[in-house]
Design a protein around this ligand. Structure first.
Ligand code: HEM
Length: 464
């Protein structure tokens, strides 16, 4: 990269955690409200942090080679476990994100072709079309001084993209109802149950929030309607939904039940839009704070794209766009925490004195949010600096110093999809508008399932 960027005056993206270890009661309350606040600033450069709450041991691992061991080398020891099931299961059932073992492997194999890069080339066209739809809407409110919640706007955009690309469905007016149902489910079920944190038995019942139960019913109704409409259609579709419908068990020859189809569709829908929406929201916030980066981005997209609609092949030359998107995922990784369950006692780092003994039954967390801000891996970690993602710097780092999409067999199936969609939308929106944060609007990252801005992101839209 030829552009030299002065970092000295850049605002810091500070971590909101308290500067001390929290009591057990405070920890439980904080985990339910905003998981990242549980981490005091001193954990960022520690290889690991151990904590016991009630009967339950928790280990946070923050060393790239150990993270590699957990995610890539030992998936049979570090399983998704019951915490994932208990948090995500009530809404997602036994879909790709929560399933395990041979069942998970089969489902993953069925879904994989929908995310192949050859398919992404086609889907990029639909992604750009959806972004044009957003631009058309924004043209009507640009330069009016009105502030809109960019977090909600991005959620709408990514929801529409998932519905159209994976299920060939235009959501029309039901998009708002669906968005509300998903948001309610996440904020209700996404909060870690107290009995789980204390390590109490799995059979203890958990309280159901009536609003979340209603949201779940709305979601189920819409998803089952989607499945039934497709079953009744004269022509088969050419999308992920069709792959799921056509899949047959190699031994029994049977297709998936409606319940299983529902779980897969809900999972892909939920996992496929919320995360990318958060990434795009944070990128526009960071660009507002860093006008120099905003200018570099704008120069790149206008020079490379002119006025035309970009496609998949335009993405590779848009290097600054990529670097800005990657650096945003470093500071604000939407999937900020990845948790596993130790099925048996294990030693990370081998038998030497430097190894770490992980007890059987421990919840083991690897956190992109923590490791991406580890000062031993990232100089000046709180500063937004896309130069960190110049090719030679990426190659010089440990692969698991940066893992916004996880790693190993359970790595995000949609990572290529998300990067295509995120970079296309970023390039198209930044080409046309500058977004400005409403003066005085509080910005605070909140970790509940994903890393969202707690108070939304109120911004005005200015045409360039
Ligand atoms: C910026 C956007 C995204 C981020 C940061 C992200 C992050 C992740 C991470 C970290 C995992 C691994 C979780 C674990 O190991 O426990 C994961 C899994 C998954 N993601 Fe994503 N994701 C994104 C976008 C998407 C999209 C667009 C889709 C689908 C359209 C998707 C679908 C899934 C699914 C189905 C899984 C489960 C895969 C499996 O276990 O086999 N994600 N994602």
């Amino acid at each position: 990269m030829t552009d030299v960027v002065d970092l000295s005056n850049r605002p810091r993206q500070r971590h909101p955690g308290k500067d001390r270890r929290l009591s057990v009661v405070e920890t439980i309350r904080t985990i339910r409200d905003n998981i990242i606040e549980v981490y005091p600033p001193y954990v960022f450069d520690k290889d690991y942090t151990f904590r016991r709450i009630g009967f339950q041991p928790f280990v946070l691992v923050n060393r790239p080679d150990w993270i590699h061991e957990i995610l890539v080398e030992k998936p049979d020891i570090y399983t998704k476990g019951r915490l994932n099931r208990r948090i995500l299961g009530p809404a997602l059932g036994n879909g790709l994100l929560t399933a395990e073992g041979t069942f998970w492997r089969r489902q993953r194999r069925i879904a994989a072709p929908a995310f192949h890069y050859k398919r992404l080339r086609v889907l990029a066209g639909i992604m750009a079309e959806c972004t044009e739809g957003l631009i058309e809407r924004w043209d009507a409110i640009a330069d009016t001084g009105r502030h809109v919640d960019i977090a909600q706007e991005m959620m709408r955009l990514t929801m529409e993209i998932v519905a159209r690309t994976l299920f060939s469905r235009d959501l029309g007016t039901s998009i708002d109802e669906l968005g509300k149902a998903v948001a309610t489910l996440i904020s209700s079920f996404g909060r870690t149950p107290v009995i789980e944190m204390l390590g109490l038995p799995e059979w203890l019942p958990r309280l159901r929030d009536p609003e979340a139960t209603r949201a779940l019913a709305t979601l189920d109704r819409m998803i089952l309607d989607l499945i039934e409409t497709r079953r009744a259609a004269a022509e088969p579709g050419e999308d992920l939904l069709q792959m799921l419908l056509d899949a047959r068990d190699p031994e029994t020859g049977e297709g998936m039940t409606d319940a299983q189809l529902r779980d897969e569709v809900v999972t892909l829908f939920a996992a496929g839009h919320e995360t990318t929406a958060q990434a795009l929201t944070w990128v526009f916030y960071l660009l507002d704070q860093h006008p120099d980066e905003d200018a570099l981005l704008h120069r790149e997209v206008t020079q490379m794209l002119g006025d035309r609609r970009p496609g998949f092949d335009d993405l590779h030359p848009l290097q600054r766009t990529r670097m800005i998107f990657d650096e945003t995922l470093r500071l604000y990784p939407p999937a900020f925490s990845i948790s596993r369950f130790a099925e048996k006692a294990d030693r990370l780092g081998g038998e030497g004195p430097d190894g770490l003994l992980v007890p059987k039954g421990a919840y083991v967390t690897v956190s992109p949010y923590i490791t991406h801000r580890n000062p031993k891996l990232w100089p000046d970690p709180e500063i937004f600096n896309p130069e960190r993602f110049a090719d030679e710097k990426v190659h010089a780092r440990h692969k698991h110093a940066y893992f916004p999409f996880g790693g190993g067999p359970r790595i995000c199936i949609g990572s290529g999809f998300a990067q295509t969609e995120g970079r296309l939308a970023l390039a198209m929106i930044a080409r046309r508008y500058r977004l400005r944060l409403k003066p005085g609007h509080p910005v605070m990252p909140q970790g509940i399932v994903t890393l969202r801005p707690r108070f939304g992101m109120k911004m005005s839209i200015e045409r360039r």
